[in-house]
Write a protein that binds this ligand. Structure first.
Ligand code: SF4
Length: 423
């Protein structure tokens, strides 16, 4: 079978066509099912038990929202269904298979399971699979949500959230919230109402606009307050940095500070933090998503980099001041990752998204909706990783300094601090 590139409308040329060709050749060589990819990597001494400690669990890769640039958005999914590339109903493994894979990965040293989407909130097996994961001692769980299903338009917790808090799992996990704009930005909060109505939101979100990302951010902040009030273990805001929201990053940081203060003032145990990651296109192009869906021109450009350097130099300084004064951290990224964004000498690397995988070694595993275990959230096997570059923030979920790919960007005059996403 030939290699299928999902997007045939190339609005701009591939930035690194040789990378796509090398990955396509690897994709053609073999398809890994079940746990074959990890077994293959182990047999080839590319990974040992306990070397990869984090995994993304994608029980579904479909979402009802329409955020521009997201491969799981309703717009993208509908396009692929129309093109006959994917079935109308998503094919997914059953709860028994998901639990089997989780057991297998724990035996292989994985300690942190991150339940990502798509949108998982309504899946019938969600609580059972999360509770199963939490039942293993020493295992940590993160749950990713935009908080729209968890929050009523009047700002109160939805029935779904109340049930998850009552069940107990939502208090025990780290709750990650996708947030790309500060509360109140973009004038989407109408007068006299806490949040914009959910009904009709997808009619307003036109292709390519920021509306969906702003809309979900409004629900995200209110959802974060509800989680803190429910005294959950941890709330982490996750921001994707693009030219469209770069100048808003300091405001999002300040909002996270205020959320943390809200937790402390109300004597809640909840830890509150923020992670940032660049809007990525390079690994998407390498895996065959095409430039219609993932154009390099949507990512950070050289013209953005002076501002990016200024913002991240400031934020890195803020973090160091907080650490020095004994205050809890706000940014959960590693100092190496943050310095990559702060230091002028790395501008071209940020714009080109050029950080290779070390000899094709996996850093974070992935369980797909079909229940296959991949060696990376975007690529099946290590043969592809040999050819791939990416600075995507999920790679900064590698807690151990010796395996963290961003150690190389650490300022030698400053002390290293690790990411704390997987703690
Ligand atoms: S809410 Fe998240 S998963 Fe859904 S379309 Fe937006 S970015 Fe994608």
């Amino acid at each position: 079978m030939g290699i299928i590139d999902l997007d045939h409308t190339q609005v701009e040329p591939l930035r690194f066509p040789a990378e796509r060709e090398a990955v396509a050749a690897a994709q053609k060589r073999r398809v890994f099912l079940g746990t074959e990819a990890v077994e293959w990597a182990k047999a080839n001494n590319l990974v040992g038990v306990g070397q990869v400690i984090a995994i993304e669990v994608a029980l579904s890769l479909r979402c009802p929202e329409k955020c521009n640039g997201c491969p799981d958005s309703d717009d993208e999914v509908q396009k692929r269904i129309m093109d006959g590339l994917i079935p109308k109903i998503e094919l997914r493994a059953n709860r028994v298979d998901f639990k089997d894979r989780i057991n297998y990965l724990i035996e292989n040293g994985v300690e942190h399971f991150m339940f990502v989407g798509g949108t998982l909130d309504y899946l019938p097996e969600l609580s059972e699979v999360i509770n199963h994961t939490l039942s293993h001692s020493g295992i940590k769980v993160s749950f990713f949500s935009d908080r729209i299903p968890q929050t009523n338009p009047d700002g109160s917790p939805s029935r779904l959230m109340k049930a998850a808090v009552e069940d107990g799992w939502m208090r025990k996990v780290a709750n990650h919230i996708s947030l790309d704009a500060p509360y109140g930005y973009g004038n989407v909060i109408p007068d006299g109402s806490v949040l914009p109505p959910k009904k009709g939101r997808n009619l307003v979100a036109t292709d390519g606009s920021m509306y969906s990302r702003v809309f979900k951010s409004q629900y995200g902040i209110v959802g974060a307050i509800n989680l803190i009030d429910a005294n959950v273990r941890r709330v982490v805001l996750n921001t994707t940095i693009s030219p469209q929201n770069l100048r808003l990053i300091p405001e999002i940081y300040q909002q996270t500070v205020r959320l943390q203060e809200h937790a402390i003032e109300n004597r809640k145990q909840t830890e509150v933090g923020l992670t940032v990651s660049e809007w990525i296109w390079r690994p998407h192009q390498a895996r065959g998503d095409g430039t219609g869906q993932s154009p390099a021109s949507d990512g950070l450009q050289m013209r953005d980099m002076l501002l990016a350097n200024e913002i991240f130099t400031f934020l890195l300084g803020e973090e160091k001041r907080r650490r020095a004064s004994g205050k809890p951290r706000i940014l959960y990224n590693s100092s190496g990752y943050l310095n990559l964004l702060a230091d002028k000498q790395y501008q071209q690397i940020v714009v080109d998204q050029e950080v290779p995988y070390n000899g094709g070694r996996p850093e974070i595993y992935n369980i797909t909706p079909l229940g296959d275990v991949w060696c990376d959230p975007m690529f099946q096997g290590t043969e592809e990783l040999e050819h791939v570059n990416s600075i995507f923030g999920y790679r900064d979920r590698v807690y151990a300094q010796q395996y963290n790919p961003f150690v190389q960007f650490q300022n030698p005059n400053e002390s290293w601090f690790p990411n704390i996403v997987t703690t």
